[in-house]
Write a protein that binds this ligand. Structure first.
Ligand SMILES: NC(=O)C1=CN([C@@H]2O[C@H](COP(=O)(O)OP(=O)(O)OC[C@H]3O[C@@H](n4cnc5c(N)ncnc54)[C@H](O)[C@@H]3O)[C@@H](O)[C@H]2O)C=CC1
Ligand SMILES: O=C(O)C(=O)COP(=O)(O)O
Length: 592
């Protein structure tokens, strides 16, 4: 849910942002006005863990390991921003569970990575590394350092995404013949870049004069080029890796280079960075047939400017309660749609909270004794939006917040689905474009809870929910509870609560009384509250919905709800005093 940036009054501390790596000042300058920005390089994992509880945002590149352990220690963190593409150094699953948004900069350094790949291709083809060391050592070795041309050679690309396609376009200009393996590639983009797709990696490897890797480091790409794969390649083939170290088996590549079954390699990334002395990676780096760079793919002035501005803008958006444009673990929502959804997010959260507080102790949304299915129906203009995920998240937040300790869960669109699943909360979202013509507002939301007992044992009220006191019995199997609401002038209204219709603003402390719709009830409740020193700010009477009037069982005639907004929390003794022979049947106190 939105995160408010505290107003910058003298006494309100600015939210803190931690930057433990070198990130371009172009973006950081945008943060200075509203946030406290701490650049702290060279922190150990322990030092980082010790200070992370203070921070609301963490901006990293590839060096900082954002582990589950670090995220568990973070108390206020709302966003981890990766100033670059790869998020393999961030435990995204753990961030998601904590409701922490992970963002990256998916395009800012693409060109830099592609150009670096081409630089390594040329350097490997023309022995630039070896030749440079040789001449600096005072040698003049023209015949030993004869290279090969790129023109006419086959460049085999694994991973035809943003970097892969950019490499293809540049290599096309060099006169190379292009093939690629990527099971998820867009065939028309491939064709437009003159790339022929191969259905299997094995086929691609056999044909490659140059092999270049451009996939993310994920389970299916880890170790994808090992001894078996290298053995199928031409002796004259050269390998480039500007993606991630773990994708090539470094020991197998070193063996192949030593055996002369692979002609050379250009490597920017390593399994462990920086590589340890005397490791396989360090032997690869010093190999004469290898041109190596220290993870420089994204290290251009232009790329660093781009990614820094990109992620800093997203951090500002998130800490200001808006959605980022490149969230790795949250849905992308168009700004226009987000603006439309905002007041309904508030409404649906209130509906969820009202549900949990008003119907407890009968029903706890995450109770094991009852199985409750929530139908959330959007009517009218809301039904036409592409995504309603913020509304789903708002419902889960509303349902769970009243029964969760305040320092407990940070519930938002990032983790709402996981939390709902963990707690067995089932929500069906429905869209209906019907029935709005006869209603005064363009969008309505209806929450219908269908509860059935999942065990025969009767349930004791959950201790967190004992604020509701009632003469009523636990609802019978299959009873439905209905809460309906709408938004007017950006304010949420509840327009129906179960069998009763009546408009009230779900805000502050509300006393909801169910009583027989007969004379004297208002006076009785008013005088009881007066005796207790409770001031009534507003009062609404919600009669029975027309479908319900005069139903069987209403022995004293119809019932009504009385909703009173009061100026202070109301004790159980006052509530008990209201339930009486005077015809007040049930009372609940909710804080919204
Ligand atoms: N060395 C450096 O400084 C830099 C490295 N990178 C790395 O480059 C890599 C690619 O980046 P982008 O092109 O932006 O990503 P992308 O997401 O646009 O493209 C990745 C492509 O890999 C494909 N792919 C996924 N699994 C595959 C598999 N098992 N086999 C074949 N293809 C597979 C996907 O379908 C996708 O088309 C990332 O690992 C990123 O971290 C990016 C920028 C700078
Ligand atoms: O963007 C990427 O994926 C990169 O690998 C760039 O890493 P860096 O930000 O230079 O540490």
């Amino acid at each position: 849910m939105p995160i408010a940036v505290p107003s910058n009054g003298a006494s309100t501390p600015k939210p803190k942002i931690l930057i433990p790596e070198k990130v371009s000042l172009d973006g950081l300058a945008l943060l200075q006005a509203s946030f406290e920005v701490h650049e702290k390089k060279g922190l150990s994992a322990e030092e980082l863990k010790a200070i992370i509880p203070e921070y609301e945002a963490l901006i990293v590149r590839s060096e900082t390991k954002v582990t589950a352990d670090l995220l568990n220690a973070a108390k206020r963190l709302k966003v981890v921003a990766r100033a670059g593409v790869g998020v393999d150094n961030v435990d995204v699953g753990s961030a998601t569970k904590h409701g922490i948004i992970v963002v990256n900069s998916p395009v800012g350094n693409i060109n830099a990575a592609a150009e670096h790949t081409i630089a390594l291709l040329m350097a490997v083809a023309r022995n630039i590394g070896d030749a440079s060391s040789s001449i600096k050592a005072g040698k003049w070795e023209r015949s030993r350092l004869v290279g090969v041309e790129a023109k006419g050679k086959t460049l085999a690309i694994v991973g035809l995404g943003k970097v892969g396609l950019t490499v293809a376009r540049i290599a096309n200009g060099l006169g190379m013949s292009l093939i690629a393996y990527d099971p998820y590639a867009n065939p028309s983009l491939a064709a437009a870049a003159s790339v022929t797709l191969r259905p299997a990696l094995a086929e691609l490897l056999k044909e490659a004069d140059f092999l270049t890797l451009h996939t993310p480091l994920i389970a299916s790409t880890k170790g994808m080029i090992g001894a078996t794969e290298l053995a199928t390649m031409k002796n004259t083939a050269r390998i480039l890796n500007v993606a991630r170290g773990g994708m090539i088996d470094e020991a197998a590549l070193l063996d192949a280079l030593n055996a002369g079954t692979i002609a050379g390699a250009g490597i920017d990334v390593f399994t462990s960075e920086p590589p340890e002395a005397d490791s396989t990676a360090s032997r690869l780096i010093s190999h004469p047939k290898v041109v190596a760079t220290p993870h420089l793919g994204a290290s251009t002035v232009e790329a660093q400017e781009n990614v820094s501005i990109d992620v800093c803008q997203q951090v500002i958006a998130i800490l200001s309660g808006e959605l980022p444009r490149s969230a790795v673990n949250a849905p992308i929502i168009l700004p226009e749609e987000y603006r439309t959804l905002q007041p309904f997010v508030q409404l649906v959260e209130k509906m969820g909270s009202l549900y949990t507080q008003h119907y407890s102790p009968h029903i706890n949304p995450s109770s094991k004794s009852f199985r409750t299915t929530f139908d959330l129906t959007y009517e009218g203009a809301l039904a036409t939006l592409n995504t309603t995920k913020p509304l789903f998240a708002a419902l889960v937040k509303g349902l769970l917040t009243p029964i969760t300790s305040s320092d407990g869960l940070n519930i938002n669109i990032v983790n709402a689905e996981i939390l709902a699943k963990e707690r067995g909360i089932l929500v069906n979202e429905n869209r209906s474009r019907e029935n709005v013509e006869d209603k005064p507002y363009s969008s309505f939301v209806t929450l219908r809870a269908r509860t059935s007992r999942s065990t025969s044992q009767s349930r004791t009220p959950s201790p967190e929910l004992k604020r509701t006191i009632s003469q009523a019995t636990i609802p019978q199997d299959q009873d439905d509870q209905v809460i309906q609401g709408f938004v007017s002038a950006n304010k949420p209204y509840i327009s129906r609560l179960d069998r009763f219709k009546g408009e009230f603003i779900p805000s502050g402390t509300l006393i909801i009384c169910r009583n027989f719709d007969s004379c004297g009830k208002i006076g009785f409740v008013g005088s009881e509250l007066g005796k207790a020193g409770v001031n009534i700010k507003f009062m609404n009477v919600a009669p029975l919905h027309e479908d319900e009037e005069g139903k069987e069982g209403d022995t004293e005639g119809n019932e009504a709800l009385m909703i009173l907004g009061v100026d202070r929390p109301v004790g159980d003794d006052v509530v008990k005093g209201l339930i009486s022979e005077q015809g007040v049947l049930e009372v609940s106190v909710v804080t919204l």
